[in-house]
Design a protein. Structure first.
Length: 327
């Protein structure tokens, strides 16, 4: 658990990185655009595929425990004066941070984003992607840096407005919430259409049936992300889509808008408590099925860390989609 002083410093550095580099980890190299390799996306257009860098950050967030161990050895007396940004910037540096990133989460995040984009393209959805896209600001929101979040979201909206974007396709619930429910309060009169990709897949349900395999993928227990179910009220959409992809959906004891949390939102400050919450939730899910499907990158990360303990496999929705499309 972080001390109040360490937590305050972490938040200060986190905000300074977002302001200076647009990235909460202070990374300057465009690690967030690897997923689009092999896809022919137009350079211009008024519909944008916006990842918000959330999935791409998973390998770096997953490697933080190792980074902290490195930091402890580097500091006199083993005292850590910060965490995420402090370790990355002052103790380890960008190149070491990149080397420490867990390869498996990098590969998974790339596959998930590539699959979602491929599905949309096959369904006839035309969109562009900005190689210089900004971070969504999810961590600023989670840690309560409201004024800094306001400034960051205003910057995002200004870029979209200047580029005459009319529609934004989001991939994760946090980014969707920030742009749809929160960002528009800071965006003057600019009002682009903002949709999560579930909503587009469902709109194209007839075409989707044609591009997925007509075979059973087996039974999965579904974990509803807090933001997806409670804030965005997107609950039945993923269930209908999964059934169309040949999935038999099983419900845990706590489900839909009453679903138990995965523990990810407090991982930056209370990692042990976060782990306890994740294990408690996964224990509940494991009694229903050995295959767990999630809708959020942070749920994917936090629950996947504990899957071996319970003998389950945690799938992102995008990974199930890849199976259904035989990608």
């Amino acid at each position: 658990m972080l001390t109040k002083q360490a937590l305050t410093q972490e938040l200060r550095i986190l905000n300074s990185f977002v302001r200076r580099t647009g990235d909460p980890l202070g990374l300057k190299l465009p690690y967030w655009s690897k997923w689009k390799e092999g896809l022919e996306l137009p350079q211009e257009g008024d519909v944008v595929f916006f990842t918000g860098r959330t999935y791409q950050m998973l390998p770096y967030i997953a490697s933080l425990p190792d980074l902290l161990k490195t930091a402890q050895k580097a500091l006199r007396g083993g005292r850590i004066i910060g965490t995420i940004a402090n370790v990355a910037a002052r103790l380890v540096g960008e190149e070491v941070l990149k080397a420490k990133a867990l390869k498996i989460f990098e590969e998974r995040s790339i596959k998930i984003l590539n699959t979602v984009a491929t599905a949309l393209l096959r369904l006839g959805v035309k969109f562009t992607y900005f190689n210089d896209e900004l971070y969504s600001g999810a961590l600023l929101y989670d840690v309560g840096l409201d004024e800094n979040l306001r400034e960051h979201l205003y910057k995002i909206y200004r870029i979209f407005e200047q580029r005459e974007v009319k529609e934004i396709i989001c991939v994760d619930p946090h980014t969707t919430l920030l742009l749809r429910e929160i960002g528009q309060h800071f965006a003057d009169k600019y009002r682009p259409k903002i949709r999560h990709y579930f909503e587009i897949l469902l709109e194209k349900r007839e075409q989707l049936r044609e591009i997925v395999n007509q075979k059973s993928l087996g039974s999965f227990v579904i974990h509803d992300a807090c933001v997806m179910a409670r804030d965005l009220r997107i609950i039945e959409e993923p269930r209908e889509l999964l059934r169309m992809m040949g999935v038999t959906i099983l419900e845990p004891e706590t489900t839909k808008n009453e679903s138990n949390c995965c523990g990810a939102p407090i991982d930056y400050a209370y990692p042990e408590l976060s782990k306890t919450i994740a294990r408690r939730r996964l224990a509940e899910l494991a009694t229903v099925s050995k295959n767990v499907v999630v809708e959020c990158p942070f749920c994917l990360l936090n629950l996947s860390r504990e899957e071996k303990i319970f003998g389950v496999k945690v799938w992102d929705f995008g990974e199930v989609l890849a199976e259904a499309m035989a990608l």
